[in-house]
Design a protein around this ligand. Structure first.
Ligand SMILES: [Zn+2]
Length: 49
């Protein structure tokens, strides 16, 4: 899973693939990948235990 953020309104969305348009402001091609979400670790840290 990855987190995508809208460049226009700042809304964030979680998903496996890049959203085609922002559901908040309706803008197209404004979703940018923010970060990869580490599997198994909800806090998103990269530390290995
Ligand atoms: Zn937006």
């Amino acid at each position: 899973m990855a987190i995508f953020k809208c460049e226009k309104c700042g809304a964030t969305k979680e998903g496996r693939c890049k959203p085609k348009k922002c559901t908040d402001c309706g803008g197209s091609d404004c979703m940018i990948k923010k970060e990869e979400k580490a599997s198994g670790c909800g806090c998103g840290c990269k530390a290995k235990k």
